[in-house]
Unconditional design. Sequence first.
Length: 428
Amino acid sequence: MIDLKPVKGTRDFYPPQLRLRNWLFSAWRKSAQQAGFEEYDSCILEHEALYIRKAGDEISQQLYNFEDNSARRLSLRPEMTPSLARMILQKQKTLSYPVRWFSIPQCFRYERMTRGRKREHYQWNLDVIGEPTILAELEIISTLIRSLNELGLDSQDFRIFINDRRILNAMLEQLNVPQNLQNSVLVILDKRDKLSADVLCSELSNKGLSNIQTTKLIQFLESPNFEAVAEQLENQNVLNELKSILDQFQKIGLGTYLEFDISIVRGLSYYTGTVFEVNTLNKSSRAISGGGRYDSLLSAYGGPVIPAVGFGFGDVVILEILEESKKLPDLKQVLDLVIFALDSKQDEIAMRLAHQLRNAGLSVQAQFGPMKMQKALQQANNLGVAYAIFCLPDELDRNEVVIRDLNNREQKAHSLANITDLSWMGNA
Ligand code: HAM
């Protein structure tokens, strides 16, 4: 027996779900394009090597990977950033920097399934490549805020929780954690909510951390505010950039959207500076979006050092949140009108008329006979169209059809001769 359900963790998109997905994508596209970003894409199949990282990123263990018939190690992409880095490196000499690109790839991760996590998701990626200053963070994060506004959410609904990896690295330094272990320690710390205290301690102790170091680190990540973090740090310089970002956001009037949060670590080892996540005010769900600065990913792939900042914003969590807060739009099929031939003898004229009206720029569905008038009206109402046209024998003898305005329930006969001038719209 063939299983008719989609593969575990993947989704079918029936038209109502696809309407919502398209609505979400168009809000993402609009926000990106309004901020001067251009769309790119790559193949869903990638070189597996792009995702293998020494620091033990969870993503490397979640690959849908295989060997093709020529023994190439390939993987479905679990994220877009490595493909973007590869594409930039291929054309690095011909691009004009900073590059501002976006993409909406489908990504695959063999995840343990929980609320907000599937094994396949779409992820809006927005990245600035080649800008070393915080102007990149400002552009990226303000576009992220505008996209959430576009989706109907404001500062009552979400926050950008922001931190800087350099602050975390400074604390690791202070606790004498060797530099070459710091990335893998951060990757483990990022999982601390998912692991029991014992497992967390043993994973960190496998990396060579003592119980005291672990306790101090966890305490540090629980610091309530900026002042408490600053008090514990010997190296105060690492706070400067984040302070400037927070100041700038105050100045451009978006300050309320940002909140410093030392507990934001992020699970991808390539982040080198600013890191941030979007969540509801009380962090009631998985992160809606996450990103940061990754200044050494491109050099790790053998290229020069090219600074980069960006984020990924998945479709799953946001649609769950919008649904729960009843903020999803009620979308109907895009259709201006439906033409009915109640008897099959009128099918041909209905088809011809549909063709003419489509040429005139309308979205037109044709329904063929035999069909009862009552059923036709019901169908027109279900489709949510503004107009229905009926091809009826008596009217057709006079070279006319009946046009019904479904909003005010009025109908009139209209000559076929000038139907494509659309003068009947708005006053049927
Ligand atoms: P990430 O935090 O792994 O970052 O994913 C970003 C977003 O993708 C998450 O916040 C979430 O919305 C969504 N997401 C990730 N995994 C799943 C899943 N299994 N199911 C549903 N949604 C998911 C990255 O992927 C980075 N490459 C983002 C980035 C771009 N950083 C810089 N540029």
